[in-house]
Design a protein around this ligand. Structure first.
Ligand code: PLP
Length: 282
């Protein structure tokens, strides 16, 4: 099942080509996107996702269509989805710089599709991961804004290559590390660890995406009496943590049971508690 809507709120046939061959999103990955989870017609964390879309566009000097356009497209996709038979939808919001040479004419659309069985399997069974170098220092973001660290751009080829590398090495997922050995993020997720009654994640200042799922989890955890910290930590901490998770809109809070071939503490009760905290908000 796929549903496509344009920013004027009209539905389009997802099997009819939409982009021009010289759209800069296609030719250079020059654009921004968001992936939103929609459950039973409710788009989770839509405002933080739209905020982040604007922030990413701003970081790359892309003139993003206004929020009302995105809301129209989101409403159109949600309105056309068969919620009775398919209660979860993966909703992508995409904006490219548009056709080369046409200034200020970005291409934008919203597209919903079904949840993949692979994601459902990862949510249910947890994942094995490997650490891979991302190749930048944790303080590079502000010194080198042209690298667009912490922006959600359409240039995800490196992230996808890292996941294929994980697969080659027999693992499901990746934890990227910075040049000083600190933890960054996954190719499509934030890393969260638990130590005692504290949850910890890497700060966006290190060049990671500010995660909407991690943010929602930390909000709920604080309300339930957990302490939360957003600060750099070395990858070695993952091996001593009480639990490690990869958080993202689509995978939710997926437990990591194995890292670089070593078994992590992957307590089922703690996982249920963390998942319960996140879900308690919806
Ligand atoms: N980090 C990266 C690089 C991502 O691509 C994503 C989401 O796809 C995340 C973190 C998690 O963000 P969110 O929880 O908002 O989905």
């Amino acid at each position: 099942m796929r549903v496509l809507a344009l920013l004027d709120g009209t539905l389009a046939d997802p099997d009819t080509p939409l982009l021009h061959a010289d759209d800069l999103g296609v030719q250079r990955g020059d654009g921004v996107f968001e992936t939103v989870l929609v459950v039973d017609g409710h788009a989770r964390e839509l405002v933080p996702h739209l905020d982040r879309l604007e922030r990413s566009a701003h970081l790359m000097d892309l003139s993003l269509p206004g929020r009302a356009s995105w809301q129209r497209a989101v409403d159109a996709v949600i309105g056309a989805w068969p919620w009775g038979t398919d209660p979860e939808m993966v909703l992508k919001l995409v904006c490219t710089r548009g056709v080369e040479g046409r200034d200020d004419a970005p291409t934008g659309f919203a597209m919903g599709r079904q949840m993949s069985s692979e994601i459902l399997r990862k949510r249910a069974n947890g994942v094995s991961a490997i650490t891979l170098e991302r190749g930048h220092a944790p303080d590079l973001k502000d010194r080198a804004p042209w690298l667009l660290l912490s922006a959600k751009t359409l240039s995800y080829a490196v992230n996808m290559a890292a996941l294929r590398e994980a697969e080659r090495r027999g693992a499901d997922e990746v934890v990227f590390t910075a040049t000083d050995g600190s933890v960054l993020e996954g190719p499509t997720s934030n890393v969260v660890l638990a130590r005692g009654n504290t949850l910890l994640t890497t700060p966006p200042a290190s060049g990671v995406l500010p995660g909407t799922t991690q943010g929602a989890l930390f909000r709920a955890a604080e309300r339930a009496g957990w302490r939360t910290r957003v600060e750099p930590f070395p990858a070695t901490e993952l091996f001593h943590a009480d639990g490690v998770w990869l958080a993202s809109s689509i995978r939710l809070v997926t437990q990591v049971h194995t890292l670089d071939g070593a078994q992590l503490k992957a307590d089922a009760d703690l996982h249920a508690e963390i998942t319960g905290l996140y879900e308690s908000q919806y």
